[in-house]
Design a protein around this ligand. Structure first.
Ligand SMILES: *Cc1c(COP(=O)(O)O)cnc(C)c1O
Length: 385
């Protein structure tokens, strides 16, 4: 560690509680150092208890969970999958693993998630071309619930199954119900910077017992029920370690508390940055939605401030404060250059004007003050000549 790391404010670092070590300790004492064991069963139970999902399978990452989830929905070579452009690449990579093609859709301005109107246009156009999408990836960006009701209506009308990428949205709700439980399959991530972490990890939830069994089977090299090693299907090594699941058990105890703290952080920024010219804390909750505010995000309106998000980021960096650009839209990525895109200006504008602020739950009032002062010093109004 460099000496300057001591006072660095990170974007969203791990925040451990007091019980993770107990679960780890027990696993080592009992020799459950394997991708099986009591912590794994307990972690899955904790996730089911919290979300109300019927079944949960803990996996090595959220990306692995999306991969197996899309496979459950029958996505295979040549299939098209609807996906918001404004998301992390991990949402769409598994479409490629399966030989499919993403069909990207623009965002709406309130939640920044998939735009229901553009979604309908995309589906109707793909059907006209004789290429009905096989599945829809519904992402809740930065923990903000998408317009779930509208999206569900469209998906039901066209009979397209939903995989909910709630990797950033554990603990967020819609109509009082936890996100991740609205699709046929839901996915969570426990990567190092998420609201809860196991250092690396993921989970798939579903109400189908058959699908949960199939997911466990695929995640453990697809071993057929025979006394010897027999395989009739392609499998993966995707099962979470019982050690990491122990960290997950300790973390799950803290979930409501962490959501509360992230929401308070958002509110603090909103109150304390309201006088900054051209700066808004934009993403707004849809009717019925309750975000976990995983990351607080801001927009800088170029009509009102001469400061760009990149200038602000560099200024914060010079004060040893980490901030990050919003996700670069996937339709702008070289990797997806040939994928179809419906709309695009909304998410391109968000990307050009936005920034993610430090949102870690261990931050103090003094940390927040330091960040707000640095922001106020950096953001200048446009010259009025
Ligand atoms: C983090 C993340 C993932 C992937 O989760 P990993 O556990 O890192 O593999 C998927 N989708 C979104 C939107 C994410 O933010």
């Amino acid at each position: 560690m460099r000496s300057q790391d001591y006072d660095r404010i990170f974007l969203s670092p791990p925040h451990l509680g007091r019980h993770e070590l107990n679960y780890l300790h027990k696993a080592i004492e009992d020799n459950w150092v394997a991708p099986a064991g009591p912590n794994l069963d307990g972690f899955e139970r904790d996730i089911c208890d919290f979300t109300g999902a019927g079944h949960c399978v803990a996996l090595t990452s959220g990306t692995a969970a999306i991969h197996l989830g899309l496979r459950l929905l029958g996505v295979g070579p040549g299939d098209e999958v609807l996906c918001p452009s404004f998301t992390f690449v991990a949402t769409a990579n598994p479409i490629l693993y399966l030989g499919g093609t993403p069909v990207f859709v623009d965002s709406e301005a309130d939640t920044w998630n998939i735009c229901p109107q553009r979604l309908r246009e995309a589906i109707e156009d793909r059907i006209r071309k004789g290429r009905k999408p096989k599945a829809l990836l519904l992402v809740h960006l930065y923990g903000m619930p998408a317009k779930v009701r509208e999206v569900l209506e469209i998906a039901t009308e066209f009979d397209i199954p939903i995989l909910e990428d709630a990797a950033e949205a554990l603990g967020a709700r819609y109509d009082g119900r936890p996100l991740g439980t609205f699709g046929a399959v839901g996915v969570f991530s426990f990567n190092g910077n998420k609201i809860l972490t196991t250092s690396g990890g993921g989970a798939l939830v579903t109400n189908s017992q058959e699908w949960a069994q199939k997911t466990r089977y695929w995640a453990t090299q697809a071993k057929d029920p025979a006394p010897y090693y027999q395989h009739s299907d392609v499998g993966y090594n995707y099962r979470l370690s019982n050690l990491l699941a122990g960290i997950g058990r300790g973390q799950m105890e803290l979930l409501e508390d962490r959501v509360k703290k992230r929401r308070e952080t958002y509110l603090w920024y909103k109150i304390n940055l309201q006088s900054v010219p051209g700066l808004t804390l934009s993403q707004t909750e849809p009717a019925g939605g309750r975000s976990n505010r995983w990351l607080t995000t801001l927009l800088l309106d170029p009509a009102q401030t001469a400061t760009t998000p990149e200038q602000l980021r560099l200024h914060l960096e010079s004060h040893n404060i980490e901030s990050r650009p919003l996700w670069k839209p996937l339709h702008l990525q070289p990797l997806f250059a040939t994928a179809p895109m419906y709309g695009g200006s909304a998410c391109e504008e968000l990307f050009a004007q936005g920034l993610c602020l430090p949102s870690g739950t261990a931050m103090t009032e003094a940390d927040l003050q330091r960040i707000a002062e640095a922001i106020k010093a950096a953001v200048k109004p446009t010259a009025t000549t």
